[in-house]
Write a protein that binds this ligand. Sequence first.
Ligand code: FMN
Length: 249
Amino acid sequence: MDTISNRDFLKAGDWRKFAGAQTDQQKGVDHPPTQKPYPKGAMLIDLVSPKEFTIGNVPLIDAINNRSSRRSYLDKPLSLEELSFLLWSTQGIKRTTDNGVTSFRTVPSAGSRHPVETYLLIKNVTSLSPGLYRYLPDEHKLLPIRSEPSLPTKLAQACCGQTFVATAAVTFIWTAIPYRTEWRYAIFSHKIIALDAGHICQNLYLTVEAIKAGTCAIGAYLQDEVDSIIGVDGKDEFTVYIAPVGKIR
Ligand SMILES: Cc1cc2nc3c(=O)[nH]c(=O)nc-3n(C[C@H](O)[C@H](O)[C@H](O)COP(=O)(O)O)c2cc1C
């Protein structure tokens, strides 16, 4: 694949052919879960409910005006409420359909398929042990995955040596589970999954402005290495975007 022919990825598929595309949904295959399953009986960590947020009251115009990519973070913790706020504003569920199949979240997603999962590499969040976690939007809780002191350094190396990543209080690592979108849109899915991820990161860019924190989108990372750090297979689930977050001056 050369640079010019790879441009086609950005183009819309021929939606005139969609009706006859024979997607799994059209074939009557059961819908995939909208959240990756987790072990039964796993110990989950409660987050602060959006109804209890005391933060976030920053004028939208200020958040948009001040938004910037920030790569220098203070050695200060995020509170659990701040982390809860960032998770809710990037993937939080506002309502689901009666059958629970479709969730409507704080970010848009093509066909409301929400193909993205959120992993967190936590280094400095009050009351949470450092380590790798996954956000569970259905429960608005955290699933601990594993802890290992060298994870922030390993992640920074896997982000092509962008050392500031290791100084973040928490790093968001977003994966795609493409089948969630493919079930409905088949070959038309992959561009729109990338667009979905962009919306998520933009919400993070804006909401960190409300808590005196900063972030920087990371698109330069080594696919296999980041996938291996977070423990995903690289085929049915793989990293699509990364964003370190830390307090700023
Ligand atoms: C898709 C995408 C990928 C990016 N990847 C990186 C990256 O790997 N490293 C980095 O330092 N900045 C990265 N950035 C941040 C851009 O460099 C930044 O947005 C740009 O310089 C403009 O600065 P501003 O965001 O402060 O307006 C990325 C931004 C986007 C949108």
